[in-house]
Design a protein around this ligand. Structure first.
Ligand code: FNR
Length: 346
């Protein structure tokens, strides 16, 4: 095979390394315990797990978060992700579309994104761009796949460690322009380093209505880029950022002003429920989907996540909740560690 540009190779390396470091369990979620309800006073068929926020409808409070596209090898993966999302009737985000903007005439690169719409013509699909993408380019990405929303990723820590990274983080005015001009809902997201209350407040001031705090505890782009970067050692950044629970707790007082989404290290239906209890409107999964697709194929992956949706419903019944909103009334306790973090921030 001829040597591919570094931007294409990077996509394959991310997939390989995310899988290499994949962990089935995220211990950070053990720091929150839900209080049991012995008389839930509800029947399973009274629980409604459908979600709808900012015109994004789904058969459950889940979405498949941005992963890939932009290299010929990613076409097959995106086709499977789109088929999975279509069957489960949940939203799917494509990975960063910067390679489409850089190589617009490359048929395979375009196809690695358009395959998602071809395989899931009526589903909810999200485009994905970086924070320095000018809004007319972001609109081109949306148009290419007829996206229902646009994700804009904030990945300063990743860019710092990435060997070919761009350390110009002057993003604020561009974000304001994207939020002002883009025709579909815009989701500002982290990539697994979490967000503080200050960041969420700043994004709200710029006009953000939907924010995915994507916290630490799952896919770790510090670790991934450290493995790719042989020139400089940034191992000291491997624990950078806030966990998903820390981010949700920290941002709680700003949650009423925007729609908060949670992702980063979601590894079980109970993790999903905990995020919903802390105010998330929906919860994103990335690496677990890739992991199962690689090891068990599409049919088993579909069965697995269909079971997650059933188990989310069962957990809601166990907690006596008719819908996702009611989960916000569920009683919980935090570990001393998490409680200390919360106290230190208020
Ligand atoms: C990602 N993620 C990501 N996010 C983004 O906004 N644009 C992107 O291009 C990518 N690329 C990407 C590739 C791979 C292989 C993975 C696994 C992840 C980040 C992703 O959307 C999510 O924020 C984090 O991965 C945390 O979720 P998980 O993986 O712990 O469930």
């Amino acid at each position: 095979m001829p040597k591919q540009p570094i931007e294409w190779q990077r996509k394959n390396e991310h997939i390989f390394l995310a899988e290499k470091y994949y962990q089935k369990h995220n211990p950070f979620f053990d720091e929150m315990r839900l209080m049991p309800v012995s008389i839930p006073n509800i029947a399973l068929d009274q629980v409604d797990i459908h979600t709808a926020w900012k015109q994004q409808q789904a058969d459950g409070p889940l979405y498949i978060n941005a992963m890939t596209g932009g290299a010929p090898q990613t076409i097959a993966i995106n086709q499977k992700l789109a088929t999975l999302a279509a069957t489960l009737k949940i939203p799917l985000a494509v990975g960063s579309m910067s390679n489409y903007l850089k190589y617009p005439a490359e048929a395979e690169i375009r196809h690695s994104y358009t395959i998602v719409r071809e395989s899931n013509p009526h589903g909810i699909i999200w485009a994905n761009v970086s924070a320095h993408t000018p809004w007319p380019d972001a609109q081109k990405c949306i148009d290419l796949i007829q996206a229902d929303a646009l994700q804009v990723h904030l990945n300063a820590a990743q860019e710092t460690i990435m060997p070919e990274g761009d350390s110009n983080f002057v993003w604020q005015e561009n974000l304001r322009q994207i939020l002002k001009h883009i025709s579909v809902p815009v989701i500002i997201k982290e990539v697994g380093f979490g967000m503080t209350a200050q960041t969420v407040q700043q994004l709200q001031e710029l006009g953000a209505k939907v924010i995915d705090i994507s916290g630490r505890g799952g896919t770790n782009f510090a670790q991934i880029e450290n493995t790719r970067n042989h020139q400089k050692d940034y191992q000291f950044l491997n624990d950078w950022g806030l966990t998903t629970l820390e981010s949700l707790l920290d941002t709680q007082k700003f949650q009423s002003q925007s729609c908060i989404l949670a992702s980063g290290g979601i590894r079980s239906p109970l993790d999903v429920i905990k995020c919903l209890v802390l105010g998330a409107h929906a919860v994103g999964i990335a690496a677990p989907v890739l992991h199962l697709l690689e090891h068990q194929g599409l049919a088993a992956t579909t069965k697995h996540f269909a079971q997650w949706l059933e188990q989310i419903r069962e957990l809601m019944a166990l907690l006596g909740c008719h819908n996702c909103q009611e989960l916000q009334q569920v009683d919980y306790r935090l570990s001393a560690n998490l409680q200390n973090f919360l106290t230190s921030r208020t």
